[in-house]
Write a protein that binds this ligand. Sequence first.
Ligand SMILES: C[S@@+](CC[C@H](N)C(=O)[O-])C[C@H]1O[C@@H](n2cnc3c(N)ncnc32)[C@H](O)[C@@H]1O
Length: 295
Amino acid sequence: MVSLLTAFKRRFVGETSCSLASGLSLSDFPSNFAFIRVFSGEYLYLFSVPVTNPYESEKILAEYLLFHYGADDEILGKIPGPREALSFPRRSVSELIGPMQRDACALDLGCAVGRSTFELARYAASVTGIDFSASFIAAAQELKTAGQIESSRRIEGDLTAPFTAKVPAGIDPSRVTFETGDATILRPDLAGFDAVLAANLICRLPEPCKFLDRLPQLIKPGGQLLLTTPFTWLEEFTPRANWLGGDGLRSFDALKDILSPHFELQMSKDLPFLIREHERKFQYGVALGSRWLRR
Ligand SMILES: C[S@@+](CC[C@H](N)C(=O)[O-])C[C@H]1O[C@@H](n2cnc3c(N)ncnc32)[C@H](O)[C@@H]1O
């Protein structure tokens, strides 16, 4: 119970309160609270947690659905933006993945609304997508079951246009499963994958090393680790003491030091990405993509 609570506390700003559920109803709490129900002995405990995780907001959900599933023109329109930065969630798989066996199983950590998870299903017989955001996973699950989900694209201010996110043709959704989870405290039975993707995840983790330390167990010998990261360290996500590198050491060199006992670096390349906020505002970044072979 304590570790579950600690996991939530690490991810949200503010005090977590714990109360016995008896006599309480959900309407007693403001809507920006999330709830964890935990049975202990004969009691049901209800933890209320103030939600400040940006990846739970409706605005970011709509931006990520467009980022993952939008057509080039739905994202950029006639704006003279960097077209090579489009389709990042597809390219983070297609431009990094090496040869895979037909019966391979893959894991996508920090999968958000699931586009890269679906893309991995072009190469693997089964793929699990895990993300900390319940809203993202609910949307990914809806895409798996219904094939599409209604959302919107922001034009400016409060003006939006309808947008339908769809699983691309040629992908078998039955190969894919989604679940919520924390990449730094994964359940112990997750192990021995042929491929693990973590796209733009590590600089969003409070403890990136905890995640990196688990990788040798997650990936079977001969399996692949696909990483992308722009190394955008921010104290709101990662305490400064946990940033990779520092004191003159570059983050990628720190990553090599950590991974090299168990992984061989096979290739690396720049992977630009573009996230639309509204018709005339975008986040442009260039992730460093890398493929590592589990020794
Ligand atoms: C920058 S986004 C990248 C999403 C996706 N991989 C992509 O490339 O579009 C970071 C993602 O990591 C998720 N995340 C953050 N902390 C996490 C954790 N501890 N475990 C699993 N996912 C986490 C967020 O919810 C978000 O979906």
